[in-house]
Design a protein. Structure first.
Length: 160
């Protein structure tokens, strides 16, 4: 794990060496759009055609985590991918997880003018405060998806 953390830190430290416009375009804008189209738009929807939404949520989230390579990053991106899949499944729109993904990547790669210790402390504090409501909201969404899936299954069972 220590070697993985060191490798992750090394990979992220090189991002700041490029002009921010390229970081912004690749990591903050185009990366999230491409990843959401792939993982939610294609993979999640493909799995959902043969499995229930919960399997699609877990598998697409797991694949999203593995896609990110480094062990340390894969762990938290798996959970983030699951959260994005839940939000996608609940909202029915790719724009919601795309927006969340862009916001996440933006706060991870602040532009140089905002790259200060106080801003990182503020973002960390906001993340800490929002963690519990976010978890509760995800639980509610999972419950709503499960309820909808159960109702759809009952309707389909009756009509056959």
């Amino acid at each position: 794990v220590a070697q993985s953390v060191e490798s992750f830190d090394s990979a992220w430290s090189t991002i700041g060496e490029d002009p921010y416009i390229w970081v912004c375009l690749s990591v903050v804008i185009f990366g999230p759009i491409a990843e959401e189209l792939l993982f939610r738009g294609i993979i999640h929807n493909s799995i959902k055609k043969v499995c229930n939404p919960f399997v699609a949520i877990i598998l697409s989230g797991l694949m999203f985590g593995i896609w990110h390579g480094e062990f340390v990053q894969s762990v938290y991106t798996t959970f983030f991918g699951i959260a994005l899949a839940v939000v996608y499944e609940y909202s029915g729109s790719l724009w919601v997880p795309i927006g969340m993904h862009i916001l996440n990547n933006f706060t991870s790669t602040l532009p140089p003018a905002l790259d200060t210790t106080s801003n990182y402390l503020l973002i960390s504090r906001i993340e800490e405060i929002s963690l519990l409501p976010t978890i509760l909201l995800l639980i509610y969404m999972i419950h709503a998806i499960h309820k909808k899936e159960k109702e759809n299954h009952e309707i389909n069972s009756v009509s056959c």
